[in-house]
Design a protein around this ligand. Structure first.
Ligand SMILES: [Zn+2]
Ligand SMILES: [Zn+2]
Length: 255
């Protein structure tokens, strides 16, 4: 039995315990909806998501839409062989993709979270109101849990690149037009590239930041990527490290 069906059974009890158990089932249903897309985006999503370090549905859904701006749209998928004269023949397959309601899923997931945790303020639960909300969520997400609902990727034009670390990654052209900066999905690499659309696809050039040396004022181009990163100043040759940390300066110093 699926999570939505189990949630409905719990809700039918009309009790607070039933509602809380239903909320847990519905949260699991939303997690499954998000996770179902992961294998389709194995060349696009970053390692933190593919390896489950970032498992929250909101984070996954945002990353999916970042990879595929069309993921939120409903559309019909039709496959057919071409007739000898070039016109499309009769459909051999036809199906509908349900657009991913990203904001609704993440909003409902968060709201259901209030039912699976104890309220630290001791606020009493509004059982009728929250039961109605849980039932509405079950109806809204049910269609995405059905095995017959199509989840698709790869239908839109895309480009594939091989990073200097050897990782092959893919980028949907619609995503490139929205955000031309793309990070290598490999967590150990994280090289950032600027993509430029061409007549045949796109070219990727490693993104660099400009570092101004505090000793000699020379400008050095530093590639964006995983930290820590060691580099030498192009002017005086002094060695620097790009790292992460807390930096303290005097209150009177300029920002
Ligand atoms: Zn890489
Ligand atoms: Zn220098």
């Amino acid at each position: 039995m699926d999570h939505v069906a189990r949630a409905r059974e719990h809700l039918a009890s009309g009790t607070e315990t039933g509602l809380r158990h239903a909320a847990l089932e519905l949260r699991m249903a939303i997690e499954r909806i998000a996770y179902r897309f992961l294998p389709l985006y194995s060349q696009e999503l970053t390692d933190d998501i593919l390896k489950g370090w970032n498992w929250q549905p909101k984070r996954i859904l945002d990353a999916l839409v970042d990879c595929n701006p069309g993921a939120e749209q409903d559309f019909t998928i039709r496959a057919a062989f071409r007739n000898p004269n070039g016109s499309p023949g009769p459909s051999v397959f036809r199906g509908k993709q349900q657009g991913l309601p990203r904001k609704l899923l993440s909003r409902n997931y968060d709201k259901l979270g209030s039912l699976v945790h104890v309220d630290p303020r001791g606020k009493p639960l509004d059982l009728p109101k929250m039961s109605k909300f849980a039932e509405a969520t079950a109806s809204r997400i049910e269609v995405y849990c059905q095995e017959t609902t199509i989840v698709a990727n790869g239908l839109a034009p895309a480009v594939t690149f091989t990073c200097q670390c050897g990782r092959v990654f893919r980028r949907n052209m619609a995503a490139v037009r929205i955000n031309a900066k793309v990070r290598c999905p490999a967590d150990s690499c994280a090289a950032v590239f600027d993509l430029t659309e061409t007549s045949t696809g796109a070219v990727a050039v490693r993104h660099h930041e400009t570092f101004v040396c505090p000793s000699c004022q020379a400008h050095t181009k530093v590639p964006s990527g995983a930290i820590p990163l060691h580099f030498n100043c192009a002017g005086c040759g002094e060695r620097f490290i790009v790292d992460e940390g807390i930096f303290v300066r005097h209150d009177s110093e300029p920002e």
